[in-house]
Design a protein. Structure first.
Length: 441
């Protein structure tokens, strides 16, 4: 429950920090409505649409309404998928507005003790520290490889957990141990002629739980002609913090990453996770008020590119790519498509594979309901969105679902498991699919 004092602080901060011009730019045309999953799944409730949330922000800023629990609930329920932005004729930066108001609320509200402890652990003591994430991944590897996981399943202990969490445990990939995670060169040479010198952003979960996908990405880049630099000093991109009302911590992480990458003299900084790439590309906005860092942030943001784009630019798809006959569909990463604007490159690479059939999914650009930790914090809405996604997936008759973000990959695995299709359909990251298809001369 928000106290009257907290409401007053929040209202004052809205008036001071939220860009009134951007709020007024919303013409209330409604183009965003059919693109908003929460608006649709809530039964077309206006307050759960981008247009409705902007109206709430404006009303709080103007002092017309209090930032009460209904306002907070509307903002919490937003996925942050930013599907509203590409269709907005006024170019309203909805994602930036959402991050700002969430930060205002979270920094001016006292959470219950358990919530404060959990947020402290996640945002301060886990994600900013790669070695701690690797330690947790190593523990998961031990759990999976020693038979402990089988015991948990047979004894029914997992039935004590919410259904979504219990099912999520089943679809986690085989975690690497610490020895595998610590083994990597910091400079990699191309297989043949050097065409580009690039840096690689490893990410948190991508370099631990999805380590094999990172390794596959690096191998593809070497084949395409890239010299790759991987700075040891890089840290979490800060997306989870920025989306969850922890912008100051996100700025701290951004500055560390800028320091790690700015002196490398590379053509591009590559990512293979849509969420990370989008947030890195937004560093210029995140640090726009900081005179010391704004210019440096813009230079980094301008170099961010998804690995699929560089593969197409370097004609990787001209190689011999082959897989046994299968139907493949592609699920867009929201932030890869809506923020970075990348939709054609992944499809072009998939379609270059011989003997496969590519089947476009209806509403492939609609969020799958993962949205970071949304599928845990807002499980009911997330599963509604996922159920609709699985209807569209099944209509493609695909045996392989490809995506370009770890959260999307796990969410789609969750959907396949819930539908009883795990023995018929596989979900893979684009990098893993392309390396599997690559046939060296």
């Amino acid at each position: 429950m928000t106290t009257p004092e907290e409401k007053q602080k929040i209202q004052e901060a809205f008036h001071q920090r939220v860009d009134d011009d951007e709020l007024l730019n919303c013409m209330r045309c409604g183009f965003c409505l059919p693109k908003c999953p929460t608006y649709i799944e809530s039964g077309y409730k206006e307050s759960h649409s981008p247009r409705g949330r902007i109206a709430l922000m404006k009303a709080v800023s103007d002092g017309l309404i209090e930032p009460d629990e209904d306002v907070e609930r509307s903002l919490e329920l937003c996925l942050g998928c930013r599907a509203c932005e590409p269709v907005c004729p006024s170019g309203v930066p909805y994602g930036h507005l959402l991050e700002e108001v969430r930060d205002i609320i979270n920094q001016n509200k006292k959470f219950p003790f358990k919530t404060r402890v959990l947020r402290k652990i996640v945002f301060d003591h886990v994600f900013p520290h790669h070695h701690r994430i690797k330690t947790l991944t190593n523990l998961l590897s031990y759990y999976q490889s020693t038979g402990m996981q089988n015991i948990m399943h047979k004894t029914g202990v997992l039935n004590m957990f919410p259904d979504t969490l219990a099912t999520m445990e089943k679809v986690l990939p085989q975690a690497p141990n610490k020895k595998k995670m610590n083994k990597r060169e910091t400079i990699m040479t191309p297989v043949n002629t050097k065409k580009k010198r690039v840096a690689f952003f490893t990410g948190c979960l991508m370099d631990s739980l999805f380590r094999e996908t990172n390794d596959a990405t690096l191998e593809l880049l070497k084949i395409a002609g890239c010299e790759i630099v991987i700075p040891d000093q890089q840290v979490c991109c800060g997306a989870l913090h920025g989306h969850s009302g922890e912008k100051e911590r996100a700025r701290d992480l951004a500055k560390k990453n800028i320091k790690a990458f700015e002196a490398l003299n590379v053509d591009y900084i590559l990512t293979n996770a849509g969420g990370c790439g989008a947030f890195l590309s937004d560093y210029d906005h995140l640090l726009k008020e900081d005179e010391e860092w704004s210019g440096r942030a813009k230079k980094l943001s301008n170099k961010i590119i998804d690995f699929s784009s560089i593969l197409v630019a370097l004609d990787f798809h001209q190689n011999h790519l082959f897989l046994h006959q299968q139907v493949i569909t592609y699920q867009d990463s929201c932030h890869l498509r809506n923020v970075l604007g990348i939709k054609d490159a992944p499809r072009r690479l998939i379609k270059a594979i011989d003997h496969i059939t590519f089947q476009e999914m209806k509403d492939a650009d609609t969020c799958c309901g993962s949205a970071g930790i949304y599928n845990i914090t807002e499980s009911e809405m997330s599963m509604k969105i996922l159920d609709k996604k699985m209807i569209n997936t099944k209509a493609t008759h695909a045996t392989t679902i490809v995506t370009s973000n770890p959260g999307c990959l796990l969410q789609m695995k969750l959907g396949v498991e819930r539908e009883g299709m795990a023995d018929k359909v596989r979900i893979v990251h684009l990098a893993d699919l392309l390396l599997e298809a690559y046939q060296p001369n």
